[in-house]
Design a protein around this ligand. Structure first.
Ligand code: ADP
Ligand code: ADP
Length: 219
């Protein structure tokens, strides 16, 4: 049975831009799907609709309510005046999670992404890779099952990107997370997903979907 079901989901913005022609997509739990295509083909719009951040103009998005979603942005929006651990707890505070539980969940999330020991650092003292790890930890602390990521690796240098990608595969795989991420890097799409959704612009639509039937080897 599908976990997420998009039926004829379309989006036209108020200025008349047809960002997405009707799109159908079903995803199973535990699946990693990448959205690949040139700039302007509607990747971010589709991702934001799945995330519940943008209302579709028509069509339906079915996702069980208890299946919590977390959104990871390309440019981590960290609060510069807060230490790493307090950034990791931010979303839990907004949700009103009790203090003891906040501390425990944030600390477990920081450990998961390899930031244990950096709790009292400030974002400005972290490398780009570590800032992205912190952004992932902040999302992980929410204990979501479903991750939506908008070009999470594009701002990172190659070595940092490769090590983070491997860790993401390890964590996501062991936790059984489901994820959809946007990329315009074909290698990244093949390496990190079970299915690659190729999109094209004017209007944004799904061109075709490739299954990746193997574990992509890294030399
Ligand atoms: P991608 O992520 O593939 O680059 P987007 O989903 O960001 O594509 O955008 C798809 C199309 O919708 C583009 O033509 C873009 O200019 C347009 N668009 C995106 N957001 C808005 C908006 N808020 N208002 C009007 N047009 C938008
Ligand atoms: P990655 O994200 O793959 O770990 P980074 O470039 O973020 O790569 O960092 C590489 C390593 O350098 C980190 O694992 C960490 O041990 C160390 N490092 C990076 N920034 C700092 C910092 N501000 N303080 C201390 N150590 C750091």
């Amino acid at each position: 049975a599908a976990l997420l079901h998009l039926r004829a989901v379309a989006k036209t913005f108020p200025n008349g831009t047809e960002a997405l022609a009707p799109v159908d997509l079903a995803m199973a739990g535990g699946e990693f799907v990448s959205l690949l295509g040139p700039s302007g083909c509607g990747k971010s719009t589709l991702l934001r609709i799945i995330a519940g951040l943008t209302e579709p103009s028509s069509g339906t998005v079915e996702l069980p309510d208890e299946h919590r979603r977390a959104f990871v942005f390309q440019d981590p929006t960290l609060l510069p005046w807060r230490t790493v651990d307090r950034n990791a707890r931010l979303l839990l505070e907004l949700e009103g999670v009790p203090k003891a539980e906040r501390l425990e969940r944030a600390s477990a999330a920081l450990k998961m992404v390899g930031l244990a020991g950096f709790e009292k650092s400030y974002p400005r003292n972290l490398s780009g890779g570590m800032r992205m790890r912190l952004s992932l930890a902040r999302a992980l602390a929410l204990r979501p099952k479903f991750f939506l990521m908008d070009e999470p690796f594009s701002a990172l240098d190659e070595i940092t990107r490769e090590s983070l990608q491997d860790e993401l595969l390890r964590i996501w795989g062991s936790e059984g997370f489901t994820s959809v991420f946007v990329t315009h890097n074909l290698y990244e799409a093949i390496y990190l997903s079970h299915r690659v959704v190729v999109m094209s612009p004017r209007p944004g639509r799904i061109e075709r979907i490739f299954e990746i039937p193997f574990e992509y080897p890294r030399s």
